[in-house]
Design a protein around this ligand. Structure first.
Ligand SMILES: NC(=O)c1ccc[n+]([C@@H]2O[C@H](COP(=O)([O-])OP(=O)(O)OC[C@H]3O[C@@H](n4cnc5c(N)ncnc54)[C@H](OP(=O)(O)O)[C@@H]3O)[C@@H](O)[C@H]2O)c1
Length: 262
């Protein structure tokens, strides 16, 4: 039997990328569009989204943009309804928004805790629930949550963030199990350290940068483009029997058990 050709597997599929204005969201949106998916970019800053949309259009893809603040459930519902009205349906959902507050746990305020958990976990549940309902009606879909290696290891000064990403891994498993009979697959992609606006401050700090670089067997941090392959794979039928899983994209960090490599 000839090997299955998955190169144009996403042709005709419609993807919603949440947090598409972020570094990882933008890269993942381009990767899905390159593979043939029509992408809807969801974020707070419509001007930023429109620039990304124009880039995708210019390189032969099909993109739309829609505005919503993820902390506002009504805005999420409206944005999803708008996306379905324009695209017909949502086959692929990628949750790539996120925030981080970096400070000692003793100093973390209740508002900061709520803000991090609100975007990184509660809003992921809301959007999965709203999009999941429409995927159930259409007979299936693929959801990909952007988690983090901090779902399974603790790092100092980002307690709320670590807790939120641990929650994302568990939410991924719980929804995968509950929705498998509906044809909805739910998986996560969990990066290690990627240089983006979220992590720019720790990349600027030479001491911190050198200490985490020593933990990465591949001896380099990740780039947003390192995630596209796994997201496209999880969105495509090449992964049709995979659900409830997290793929770690970390240059070998977790495999090393945290032992300095150099
Ligand atoms: N960078 C890393 O090393 C790393 C490692 C592991 C996991 N991750 C995860 O990867 C994902 C993307 O992060 P990134 O590094 O690409 O960071 P980023 O460039 O700062 O992007 C974060 C995105 O989230 C959006 N966002 C935040 N709050 C929102 C809200 N209330 N409503 C709508 N959108 C909101 C931001 O929108 P605005 O553009 O409007 O601010 C931004 O587009 C996050 O889930 C992050 O936790 C990143």
């Amino acid at each position: 039997m000839l090997p299955r050709d998955n190169t144009s597997d996403l042709k005709g599929k419609r993807a919603l990328i949440v947090g598409a204005g972020g570094a990882i969201g933008q890269s993942v949106s381009s990767a899905l569009a390159r593979d043939g998916a029509e992408v809807t970019l969801l974020g707070r800053d419509l001007r930023k989204l429109d620039r990304i949309r124009e880039e995708i259009d210019a390189s032969g893809g099909v993109a739309r943009s829609v505005c919503a603040d993820l902390t506002q459930r009504a805005q999420v519902e409206r944005a999803v309804a708008e996306t379905i009205a324009q695209s017909g349906q949502i086959d692929i959902l990628v949750n790539a928004a996120g925030v981080q507050v970096r400070k000692p746990a003793f100093d973390l305020t209740e508002d900061e805790w709520d803000a991090v958990l609100g975007v990184n976990l509660k809003s992921v549940f809301h959007i999965c629930q709203v999009v999941g309902r429409s995927m159930a009606k259409q007979g299936g879909g693929s959801i990909i949550n952007i988690s983090s290696i901090t779902a399974v290891i603790g790092l100092p000064h980002i307690a709320a963030y670590c807790a939120s990403k641990g929650g994302v891994n568990q939410l991924t498993k719980a929804l995968a199990v509950e929705w498998a009979p509906l044809g909805i697959r739910v998986n996560s992609v969990a990066p290690g350290r990627i240089r983006t606006p979220m992590t720019e401050a720790i990349f600027q700090d030479e001491v911190i940068r050198e200490s985490f670089l020593r933990l990465i067997p591949m001896a380099r941090p990740g780039t947003p483009d390192d995630l596209g392959g796994a997201v496209v794979f999880l969105a495509s039928s090449a992964s049709e029997y995979i659900t409830g899983q997290t793929i770690y994209i970390d240059g070998g960090w977790l495999a090393s058990g945290g032992n300095p490599q150099r």
